[in-house]
Design a binder for this molecule. Structure first.
Ligand SMILES: [Mg+2]
Length: 118
């Protein structure tokens, strides 16, 4: 299957938030090993709002095989063994994100956001 992984807060520790826009922190504990494990069996891509080249460089420096560039016009990712970095939301079976709300229906989503249900 294809798995999308958020970068900030999931791979990059991001302890100071956006800060100055640089990638200043180390990895979240276990992140690099977890990505390697998932890449053995599944197609994994990094979904980020950052510049993809900046994120790819950081991942390469942490020993991960990264696919850089060439994702213009790409509509899916199904390659094992290398990470695609993209700021496009490609289809995935699951999105791993530290700020996600797991949508089931609008009543539940609004309640989790502290609003009254519909
Ligand atoms: Mg995040």
């Amino acid at each position: 299957m294809t798995i999308a992984v958020d970068f900030d807060g999931v791979i990059h520790a991001y302890s100071k938030g956006w800060h100055d826009g640089s990638i200043y922190d180390g990895p979240v504990p276990g992140a690099i090993d977890a990505l390697r494990l998932l890449m053995d069996t599944d197609a994994v891509f990094i979904h980020t709002t950052r510049d993809a080249g900046q994120v790819a460089t950081w991942l390469l420096n942490h020993g991960l095989p990264v696919r850089v560039g060439g994702d213009e016009g790409r509509v899916f990712w199904n390659e094992r063994g290398s990470l695609l970095v993209t700021n496009r939301k490609l289809p995935a079976r699951v999105y791993i994100d530290d700020r996600a709300l797991h949508f089931q229906n609008w009543d539940q989503a609004l309640l989790e956001l502290g609003r009254r249900g519909i």
